[in-house]
Design a protein around this ligand. Structure first.
Ligand code: ATP
Ligand code: MG
Length: 248
């Protein structure tokens, strides 16, 4: 059994008395590549924010690397759904990535910071663009740079919130091949609407529509996968609970 790195137990989150997450229980392990799918407004981003300690659940328990989310999150890299970044800012790809190493004020970046930044750029296949101004990249290239920024603190868990939403199929393939490499070093949780990608690359899947349905390891080949993916979207849209893959 691999060790659990994130554990959520019976998590409830409300906005204005409306339940957004209902009784969510989830265990993430160090070897996981988990996709979370589900309809718009299903609570996927909220769930990631709970794991990061940015939203405090109204009830339930959560442990991140054996600590509270606020403490444990130093081991998490995060790529938000919407990155607020001024792409006209006169800053190079290299500097954007190195900013991920963020330091206490007035402390200079070290040689190690530089090395790790170069490594991360190489990992995401963007080393050759390191001196380019950040705005002068394609959408897919920018996403890879942001992944590099998310991994320079050498996280043990990477949370990605719809990272390929605006990327063409060819670039998506490059992106997911890159994730397969990263998976060797860290657990990955990927929020996505792209079910074809899910069937090709990820190992575990969970469907979230306020309630979470965990499907665990995918089994049964492509035919089975197609079945799964028609299912959760439809079932979730109708709000009908479903528990295990086999009964879909
Ligand atoms: N700050 C907030 N205040 C009030 N309601 C919110 C807030 N943030 C999110 N919500 C609501 O919580 C629900 C879940 O939102 P969330 O962003 O987690 O969904 P999501 O699954 O990530 O959706 P999408 O696929 O569109 O990104 C939505 O109904 C949303 O309107
Ligand atoms: Mg979202």
């Amino acid at each position: 059994m691999t060790e659990e790195i994130v554990g959520l137990k019976n998590i409830w989150v409300y906005y204005n008395d409306i339940p957004i997450l209902e009784d969510v229980t989830l265990s993430i392990k160090q070897t996981d590549f988990l996709a979370i799918i589900g309809p718009n407004g299903g609570g996927k981003t909220t769930l990631l924010k709970v794991i990061l300690g940015l939203i405090k659940p109204d009830s339930g328990e959560i442990e991140v690397f054996g600590e509270s989310p606020r403490e444990g999150r130093r081991l998490i890299g995060y790529l938000p759904q919407y990155t607020h970044f001024d792409l006209n800012f006169p800053i190079s790809v290299f500097d954007v990535v190195m900013m991920g190493r963020y330091k206490q004020k007035f402390k200079r970046y070290s040689k190690k910071d530089h090395e790790i930044t170069l490594d991360a750029l190489e990992t995401v296949g963007m080393l050759e663009f390191k001196d380019r101004q950040i705005g002068r990249l394609s959408g897919g290239q920018i996403q890879r740079v942001f992944v590099a920024r998310a991994i320079v603190r050498e996280p043990k868990l990477l949370l990605l919130d719809e990272p390929t939403a605006s990327i063409d199929p060819e670039m998506q393939k490059v992106f997911y091949e890159m994730l397969l490499e990263l998976k060797k070093k860290m657990a990955i949780v990927l929020v996505t609407h792209d079910t074809s990608v899910v069937s090709t690359y990820v190992d575990e899947i969970a469907c979230l529509n306020r309630r979470l349905f965990y499907h665990g390891k995918l089994e049964g080949g492509i035919g089975m996968l197609e079945e799964i993916y028609k299912c959760p979207i439809e079932v979730l849209a109708h709000g009908t609970p479903h528990r295990v893959l086999k009964t879909h």
